[in-house]
Write a new protein. Structure first.
Length: 84
């Protein structure tokens, strides 16, 4: 289980799991319940590179959004788990 503390969003934390470069579970702590549940249901099962490509740069307020923060979390995950 990975954890990412969000910045400048209503959601305070993102908890997720990745296996074979696919997002296998995703939960936002706080935030707009309907939106974060929707993001989670859509993103689980996707390749994390595809999630990053689709969500990176989406802005809600404060120059970011919950989807953008998920993209940042997955980028950080990739950086910390790079092979080789």
């Amino acid at each position: 289980m990975e954890s990412y503390r969000t910045q400048k969003t209503c959601a305070k934390q993102i908890i997720f799991e990745v296996k074979d470069n696919k997002l296998t579970s995703l939960k936002f702590v706080h935030g707009c319940s309907g939106n974060t549940q929707g993001i989670s249901r859509l993103a689980v099962g996707m390749d994390i590179d595809d999630v990053i490509a689709k969500l990176d740069g989406i802005v809600c307020r404060n120059g970011t959004s919950c989807p953008d923060q998920l993209a940042k979390a997955l980028k950080e995950y990739k950086k910390n788990h790079a092979e080789g």
